[in-house]
Design a protein around this ligand. Structure first.
Ligand SMILES: C[S@@+](CC[C@H](N)C(=O)[O-])C[C@H]1O[C@@H](n2cnc3c(N)ncnc32)[C@H](O)[C@@H]1O
Length: 318
């Protein structure tokens, strides 16, 4: 089964373990990558002893290290960039050491997150490699994992590449009486190059003012730009958007990301595709998409969802 992908491929859905496919995709090909990984999927692994790596004080830290430099403290050194990852996807020398130390310290606290990060880390490194120079990664997490992930991602990708923490707030379902009911997800947004990323909020659907009496009628008519807190209902169990896939995310959430962080004709990648919301929205906005999911039910849902679209190629690489 041919799975070779290039920017001249049609919109495509692949059934596979994403890590089998990602290394074959060309570097820098995607302007936007949206990832909504399942919570806590990592295989249970033997607890590893954490290695604390010596971090050089700033005065000793190398400011530059050319490709092929000698590994320091076991961390391969490749061409450096402001973030933690080199273009090749390798963790760079100084930041790499810092990342390894933070990872060692942080993961030691929580076995479950350690397993989860072992699952996520190689996929995030691939995501970084695949992002275009002006590209943006949206990583959708829940409150149990968002904070560990933020610390690790800052160290891995570079704190200066962190763009936003988006809060998607909804109000649906049972409410705990023992604590504040948890009714939000967190979406961490990182750019490949903080000096050169694409973002155009003028193309984003505007929303009603919360206090319309405080602004002019013209402003009320125009609506306001969304902030980093997005109030949006979940996919209604009875609405027409519903595909039946249990973890389906709303079109309205994906629309904002894709409108702001990509242009018509750009490639959008989602390798935890589920019901294919990313593909449906990308296509409706004139972007192109590559979706990967390993679950046959997801592929079936996407076949139905995309049945009316002109050209979507389905491949099975599993
Ligand atoms: C939370 S769901 C994504 C839902 C999606 N955002 C939507 O709107 O429908 C996560 C998806 O990741 C898929 N998945 C988990 N591990 C995977 C892997 N290693 N390779 C490919 N897909 C995977 C699951 O089958 C599931 O469909």
């Amino acid at each position: 089964m041919p799975t070779a992908w290039s920017p001249s491929s049609p919109n495509r859905v692949i059934r596979a373990d994403n890590l089998e496919i990602l290394p074959s995709l060309p570097e820098g090909a995607f302007t936007l990558i949206y990832l909504d990984p399942p919570f806590n999927t990592g295989r249970k692994q033997n607890r590893r002893t954490t290695t604390s790596v010596r971090v050089l004080p700033a005065s000793e830290a190398p400011s530059e290290a050319g490709p092929g430099s000698v590994p320091r403290n076991g961390v391969p050194v490749t061409s450096p960039r402001a973030g933690g990852l080199a273009a090749s996807g390798t963790i760079t020398g100084f930041k790499g050491q810092l990342y390894e130390r933070i990872k060692g310290d942080l993961l030691g606290y929580d076995d479950q997150f350690e397993d989860y990060w072992a699952f996520l880390e190689p996929r995030l490194i691939e995501a970084w490699r695949l992002l275009a120079e002006d590209g943006t990664l949206y990583l959708h997490l829940d409150y149990r994992e968002a904070h560990y992930a933020k610390v690790l991602l800052d160290a891995l990708f570079g704190r200066d590449c962190f763009l936003n923490e988006l809060i998607w707030a909804y109000d649906y379902g049972a409410k705990s009486k023992n604590r504040w009911p948890t009714k939000h997800d967190t979406i961490l947004v990182y750019v490949k190059n903080p000096q050169h990323y694409y973002f155009d909020s003028t193309t984003v659907d505007r929303e009603p003012y919360m206090a319309p009496g405080l602004v002019t009628p013209e402003k009320v008519a125009r609506g306001k730009l969304p902030t980093d807190v997005w109030w949006h209902t979940i996919v209604s169990p009875t609405g027409k958007e519903k595909t039946g896939y249990p973890t389906q995310k709303p079109v309205g959430i994906l629309r904002r990301m894709i409108q702001a962080s990509s242009r018509e004709g750009d490639w959008v990648l989602d390798f935890f595709a589920g019901s294919g919301t990313t593909g449906a929205v990308a296509e409706s906005l004139g972007r192109r998409f590559l979706l990967i999911d390993q679950n046959p039910e997801s592929i079936q849902v996407m076949r139905t969802r995309f049945a009316a679209l002109p050209e979507v190629e389905f491949l099975d690489a599993s």
